[in-house]
Ligand binder design. Structure first.
Ligand SMILES: [Zn+2]
Length: 325
């Protein structure tokens, strides 16, 4: 829903840390691939993977290819799926890779996972924009990693940096082994819901519109308008599979507060606050941030939960276009 934005300097540092760990740790991929056990497993039972990750003539690790697998962007992740296939019909072989070669269980416990998360600075779940997902430096609290292309189907992508999406446990659990190759949801390292799909409230038929527009009646539903969205099918799939349609309707009380705030705080009043406290607010919009206790600027949607919802409802109320459901 909200794109993960990582600046170029942080990105380089993250990739450097990540690659060094893969080289130096005993359960890092390079170290593992150097063992006879791993070589035998891949050579005998996962030949396609072996042929890519090892040099055919010498039997040495093809380091450049391993690095590409670990740092693969979305196109490369898809390329590997095309090469190595889907393991969903053979759990034994998938588990063999996860237990012996692509050991996410060990990676997720290592310090590097915390360092990567700290540098990514993702503090709100990018899939739902509902939950905080802070990472504590001591590593005791951190987001879960959702494997965008699920590791039960594509176990060889279990350790690929850009296949691991920091997310809340609810989204991770809801998404589970959804085959995002066939039924994609937004890929947060590149894609976002942006301004094309908008949350809207729709009044219930025979509901009291006046009370609803004062924020004292919950006779409305929260819907998503995707009419102008280029990737409508992907967005709708995400809303359904992660139960976001239903979950967002659990936030009606929050939306009532937005409506009430909008009703009480006229543009004149907001402007008055802005002019009265010039050292506290950078802009008119900044006053709104305080009133809504969130960030409504698009570039800051990833910082606070429900910021996109807040922005969209504020915009809708500004236009005064409330329809019936
Ligand atoms: Zn989430």
């Amino acid at each position: 829903m909200i794109k993960i934005s990582i600046d170029e300097i942080s990105k380089k540092e993250i990739e450097k840390n990540f690659w060094e760990d893969a080289n130096s740790n005993t359960t890092g991929l390079i170290q593992v691939l150097n063992t006879t056990n791993a070589k035998n497993i891949l050579m005998n039972k996962h030949r396609k993977i072996y042929d890519v990750l090892y040099d055919a003539a010498t039997g040495d690790i093809n380091v450049a290819e391993v690095k590409e697998l670990l740092l693969a962007d979305r196109q490369s992740l898809k390329k590997y799926i095309g090469l190595f296939g889907n393991y969903s019909s053979n759990k034994i072989l998938a588990d063999e890779l996860l237990d012996n070669i692509f050991r996410y269980d060990r990676y997720s416990k290592r310090r590097v996972a915390v360092e990567v998360l700290k540098k990514m600075k993702v503090t709100v779940c990018p899939y739902c924009n509902r939950q905080y997902i802070f990472t504590l430096s001591n590593g005791h609290v951190r987001p879960q990693f959702d494997h965008y292309y699920p590791k039960s189907r594509y176990p060889y992508l279990a350790l690929s940096l850009y296949n691991m999406i920091p997310s809340c446990s609810i989204c991770n659990m809801a998404k589970s082994s959804l085959d995002t190759l066939k039924e994609p949801i937004l890929y947060p390292f590149v894609e976002e819901m942006g301004s094309e799909a908008k949350f809207v409230i729709k009044g219930k038929q025979n509901g009291n519109f006046v009370r609803m527009l004062q924020g004292i009646s919950n006779e409305f539903i929260i819907d998503l308008n995707t009419t102008n969205a280029r990737n409508e099918a992907v967005i709708l799939n995400q809303m359904t599979k992660l139960h976001l349609n239903d979950l967002y309707n659990e936030h009606k009380g929050y939306v009532m507060d937005i409506i009430k705030s909008k009703y009480v705080n006229s543009p004149e009043r907001i402007n008055e606050l802005f002019l009265s406290f010039p050292t506290l607010f950078d802009s008119y919009e900044d006053v709104k941030n305080l009133l809504y206790m969130t960030n409504i600027q698009k570039e800051a949607w990833g910082n606070r939960p429900l910021s996109k919802l807040t922005y969209d409802i504020d915009s809708q109320l500004e236009k005064g276009s409330i329809e019936e459901e």
